[in-house]
Design a binder for this molecule. Structure first.
Ligand SMILES: [Zn+2]
Length: 324
């Protein structure tokens, strides 16, 4: 029907090569012999993958494509630039499908009732939202001997035992998602690759890994998964959707995250488990463990060993979508 060589937009062409099948005959549209053939079914798949999945925006903390496809002609609401414009016309002609701008329901963007309440300056509303989060989240007891990883980049004071503890306030230059000048947090992860993501290492860095084990049971709050949501609520009140949004969005949401960590601390938890931002680029969910204070100094954890880490290989997996 069509082949990958029928398209001019580079991303669309490469996506078509991935989806298409080898063919012995020349393409009936462009006459090419070495393109990958796409049946009508494959062309529909190509439109879904490229226009819909390919237009999901980064950093909004939810699955919300900008474009979707429809078999209702009147839904069409897009105008692409050349050469994508001609590619799209060709696809439209062969599949009878059109692309339209998709306005997702707000909860898909994580904009739940509690999200709004955390945004407002009304303290009572904020407190109620924080209580909702606490109620829906479950307690976890980290048993003695739980392994936690933590990385330092370009550290030059390896012999100092406190090097890997929560940094002292006077040494801190910036704050992260949940910590503030009043809330000290030891960030760690049970997963080594998550640590590498979280510390945003580059191939130029000297990476030092510290492996810790917990010395006592630690009572932490799980704000990452397995929430106990209230019965009969809508997506607009779901804490799992809210926490996914807050943990997989960038700096914009740090203020709300910090309200939550402050509230968890006030409710006498020793830390919390939260979703890693890098869950965005992994098939499985990645987690971090945050412990309040200075757990090494406070004898809650012990340093088991340190290692140097060398990055041997970095792989990128990506897909394409329309840019304009
Ligand atoms: Zn062709």
């Amino acid at each position: 029907m069509l082949c990958s060589n029928c398209f001019s937009n580079e991303g669309l062409k490469i996506t078509a090569e991935k989806i298409g099948d080898k063919s012995e005959t020349a393409c009936e549209n462009c006459g090419s012999n070495d393109g990958l053939e796409l049946s009508k079914e494959k062309l529909v798949e190509l439109m879904q993958v490229f226009f819909s999945q390919g237009s999901v925006l980064q950093n909004i903390g939810g699955y919300a494509p900008v474009y979707k496809i429809s078999d209702k002609k009147e839904m069409e609401s897009v105008e692409f630039e050349e050469p994508l414009k001609s590619d799209y016309e060709l696809l439209k002609q062969k599949t009878d499908l059109v692309v339209f701008h998709y306005g997702p329901p707000l909860w898909r963007l994580g904009l739940t009732e509690q999200y709004d309440a955390l945004t407002e300056s009304n303290d009572e509303e904020k407190e109620k939202a924080l209580n909702d989060i606490l109620e829906a989240s479950n307690e976890i007891i980290l048993p003695i001997g739980t392994k936690l990883y933590r990385l330092r980049i370009n550290a030059n004071d390896l012999l100092n035992n406190t090097t890997f503890d929560t940094p002292r306030k006077d040494l801190k230059t910036s704050y992260s998602r949940f910590d503030t000048p009043d809330i000290d947090i030891f960030y760690s992860s049970p997963d080594l690759e998550t640590c590498l993501h979280e510390t945003r290492v580059t191939i130029a860095d000297e990476i030092i890994l510290a492996t810790f084990k917990t010395k006592k049971e630690l009572k932490i709050l799980n704000i990452a998964d397995s929430f106990t949501e209230k019965e009969g609520i809508t997506e607009f009140e779901m804490i799992s959707i809210l926490m996914y949004k807050l943990c997989t969005t960038n700096e914009e949401e740090y203020e709300k995250c910090r309200f939550i960590s402050e509230f968890i601390k006030k409710n006498e938890f020793e830390g919390f488990k939260f979703l890693s931002y890098y869950t965005n680029v992994k098939d499985e969910e990645l987690y971090n463990i945050a412990i309040f204070g200075f757990p090494l100094k406070e004898d809650k954890i012990e340093l088991q060993s340190i290692n140097r880490i060398k990055l041997r290989r970095v792989d990128y997996t990506f897909s394409f979508g329309p840019a304009i």
